[in-house]
Design a protein. Structure first.
Length: 295
């Protein structure tokens, strides 16, 4: 299901802000930037396509190198999906802007999954991409490979926490894809705890359940966890307050628009009255002259 249409570029700033937050999937994804860590949790193929296509297209449009790690979907299938939605796959691959890799070339380099080695590889991809003239790296990976003997649940969780340490301040954004029906609830729960932003279906969510790496790994004190819980409660209330203020601003804008409309109507009436009087005043002295000319 597609979200509501985005307001046009001439809309008031408050509407543009609201549109980016709750508009269509492509509009919501524009809020993601380099340094962001997001996961896509999907259940239907349509949800997968609707989230991945604009993610890749926006990366290409921003001059980023898009790196796609395939697994559940093969290269041919992903390429056909992108082609069907207007991405010139062969041209982008030829210039190195679109790269397809396998889990053997990334997550399982060296034959086994090592979180620190994967972060080091991602850092190398970042440096190589920047040296090649790209503005950054738009990375996404199908995580279905994790259903095999590699990795352990603890290793996967550690990898996600290392990403949260590495990505901020980098020229990389990462989108981890999880087919929900294929993963046990325990893994999905950990995934939701490990990502600051989550794509569910066709919506991009600010994740209230996100926990810091220290909290996820059990290294955070009880006092720090209490502080986090309090911050989350305040965050929810602040979001509610912003919604109320947004409604008030829209109401004020509506009142102002009504006032301007009434002023415009009054100006039109005054113009019409002036033209009517002027026409009458001009006709009065011209009538004898017209009669004389007719005579």
């Amino acid at each position: 299901m597609k979200g509501p249409s985005m307001p046009g570029p001439t809309a008031p700033p408050v509407l543009l802000e609201a549109g980016a937050a709750v508009g269509g999937t492509a509009g919501q994804l524009t809020r993601l930037g380099l340094g962001d860590h997001v996961c896509l949790v999907y259940e239907r193929p349509e949800e997968h396509v609707e989230a991945l296509v604009p993610y890749i297209r926006q990366g290409l449009e921003r001059g980023e190198r898009c790196v796609y790690v395939v697994d559940e979907h093969g290269v041919g299938e992903v390429a056909a999906m992108l082609e069907a939605h207007g991405v010139e796959v062969e041209r982008e691959r030829a210039r190195g802007a679109l790269v397809f890799l396998t889990q053997r070339e990334t997550f399982l380099r060296g034959g086994r999954f090592e979180p620190e080695a994967m972060i080091a590889y991602l850092h190398w991809v970042e440096e190589e991409s920047l040296a090649a003239g790209f503005s950054g790296v738009c990375a996404t990976g199908e995580m279905s490979w994790a259903l095999g003997p590699e990795p352990t649940r603890e290793a996967l969780l550690r990898y996600e926490t290392l990403l949260n340490d590495y990505l901020p301040g980098s020229r990389v954004k990462a989108n981890c894809q999880y087919h929900r029906s294929r993963f046990p609830p325990e893994i999905v729960r950990d995934v939701l705890r490990a990502h600051p932003r989550v794509i569910l279906g066709d919506e991009v969510h600010e994740n209230l359940f996100y926990e810091t790496p220290e909290m996820l790994l059990g290294e955070e004190s009880a006092a720090k966890r209490v502080e986090w819980m309090v911050r989350q409660l305040k965050r929810v209330r602040e979001s509610e307050r912003e919604l109320v203020l947004m409604g008030l601003r829209l109401s004020e804008q509506s009142v102002e628009n009504r006032r301007l409309y009434e002023e415009a109507r009054a100006a039109v009436r005054a113009r019409d009255e002036f033209l009517s009087v002027a026409s009458h005043e001009l006709k009065t002295p011209l009538t004898p002259l017209r009669l004389r000319l007719q005579g």
